[in-house]
Design a binder for this molecule. Structure first.
Ligand code: HEC
Ligand code: HEC
Length: 424
């Protein structure tokens, strides 16, 4: 369901005829005589700001970055990825589309008072999440839940299911999702018709829309498509886990210990992937499925006896799995990639550290009528988790989780803030 289509063509912006070339690095830096290392001084920033009527403008590469083709390591099965891919036929990922999406993602003009961008709550250095337990919106209001990390969201059609987006899966597609925070009163507070009017007036958007969609017309549908393309381009495949997995596969040993892992990391890997005592039902990977480490649907992991936030249960939907009376307390989990950087954890950000998360799984799971089967312990009716870890196992799990950090992803220029921020 795409929200009301809003179209805007501004006569004024047609007349101004800005071109994409004006916003490229060579053109912007070329305005200054002596050069240098490509970095702008405060004074130069102020000059540029003034030249564009006091606006922050993006500085784009001369040729668009590559988003449409991605190199992935050998252990990532390409045919499986195609199966998991949620890219709709009518919105393929293009370099110009994702470039526009990147600018929109970082642009505070998308909020009513020009103070909040998507990136305000989804910070690249924090795996595209927010280190605050709850995020702060345009007028200082707090979000209801902890922000979610954004990695490998293109690949969510897992095990024949297709979870929605957000902790309660309420957005069906990334295209639908993109317009929700923009209009949300707490987050960005922008009505769609005002949004399109405002974007047409900014010198860099008509040429960016032209490049992405072959016409400079700004519509809310195109805004949604471009943002969804950028979010789909956020692929993370360069962690130590990936390098080791690819190397092990090449050496013909895809299942054993990794040569470059410590003993602890290998123990954690085995626990995570194969389960405690090799019992697959008790494996973290049952739900956090490699190599994306996404979940295939929302589950209740027994965080509370009585959930204050019902999660999926707050939506009118039949139970999403057999044997559970309702969806109360079920939440989707974000990808565990870069989990070391995405604290705090869970839908309400209740855990500050990975140690606390593992402690929860080991002994802190509360009983609940909707509790996921993985946590039922047949041998002991009082215990609600069959996952009881020794101290060594706990430390190993945390060590393994930290091998999912992808430093390149969190510093990749293609995903970084393109705006020249000045005079702030
Ligand atoms: C004020 C903070 C804030 C802003 C601004 C914001 N987000 Fe979010 N984002 C959140 C929070 C909080 C959640 C989880 C909300 C929930 O589940 O109810 C979230 C969830 C998401 C998800 C779901 C991820 C998943 O795994 O299902 C995506 C995608 C996303 N945001 C993208 C965006 C985009 C794109 C923008 C800009 C158009 C944006 N966000 C703006 C805070 C924010
Ligand atoms: C039955 C499915 C299931 C199993 C098994 C499972 N998890 Fe989770 N995990 C989830 C769900 C669902 C959430 C989000 C719950 C919430 O916020 O209410 C989650 C959240 C997390 C988070 C926090 C994610 C974030 O971004 O905040 C971490 C870390 C995590 N799990 C690690 C593990 C580890 C380690 C194991 C094995 C010891 C494990 N999980 C086993 C389903 C599962």
């Amino acid at each position: 369901m795409l929200l009301a289509l809003v179209v805007c063509t501004s006569a004024a912006s047609e007349e101004r005829t800005h071109t994409l070339a004006q916003f490229t690095r060579p053109a912007l830096l070329g305005r200054f005589d002596e050069d240098r290392d490509g970095k702008l001084s405060e004074k130069e920033r102020a000059t540029l700001r003034k030249a564009f009527g006091g606006l922050d403008v993006p500085m784009l590469p001369a040729e668009p970055f590559h988003y449409a083709t991605v190199a992935r390591p050998g252990h990532v099965d390409q045919s499986q990825l195609r199966e998991w891919d949620n890219t709709p036929a009518d919105n393929p990922l293009t370099n110009h589309g994702a470039t526009l999406g990147r600018v929109l993602f970082y642009d505070r003009q998308l909020s009513r008072n020009g103070s909040v961008a998507c990136a305000s709550c989804h910070r690249q250095d924090a795996g595209f999440t927010d280190p605050r337990r709850l995020s702060v919106g345009l007028e200082g209001g707090r979000t209801r839940r902890n922000a979610m990390g954004l990695a490998n969201l293109r690949y969510t059609n897992l095990k024949g299911r297709r979870p929605g987006f957000f902790w309660d899966e309420r957005a069906q597609t990334l295209e639908d999702q993109a317009l929700m925070p923009i209009q949300d009163e707490v987050e960005m507070g922008m009505a769609l018709d005002d949004l399109c009017g405002k974007l047409c007036e900014l010198p860099y958007y008509p040429p960016l829309f032209e490049a992405a969609f072959d016409s400079s017309e700004v519509t809310s549908e195109r805004v949604a498509r471009a943002i969804a393309q950028f979010v789909r381009s956020l692929e993370s495949w360069d962690s130590r886990f990936d390098r080791e997995a690819a190397a092990a596969l090449k050496a013909g040993d895809g299942t054993g210990d990794f040569a470059g892992f410590t003993r602890e990391e290998n123990l954690g890997k085995r626990l995570f992937l194969e389960g405690l005592g090799g019992v697959a039902e008790f494996a973290c990977a049952m739900c956090h499925i490699p190599p994306t480490f996404n979940t295939e649907h929302a589950r209740n992991i027994g965080l509370e006896l009585d959930y204050k936030d019902p999660g999926l249960g707050g939506l009118e939907r039949p139970p999403n799995e057999p044997f559970t009376p309702s969806n109360e307390g079920k939440f989707k989990a974000p990808s565990l990639r870069n989990i070391e950087l995405t604290a705090p954890y869970m839908h309400d950000g209740r855990f500050a550290t990975l140690e606390e998360v593992v402690e929860h799984y080991s002994g802190g799971v509360h009983p609940h009528p909707n509790l996921a089967l993985a946590f039922e312990d047949d041998d002991s009716p009082e215990a609600t988790s069959g996952m009881r870890f020794t101290q060594e196992q706990k430390t190993s799990l945390v060590a393994f989780l930290k091998t999912l950090t992808d430093k390149r992803f969190v510093s990749d220029e293609r995903f970084s803030d393109p705006f020249i921020r000045g005079g702030e």
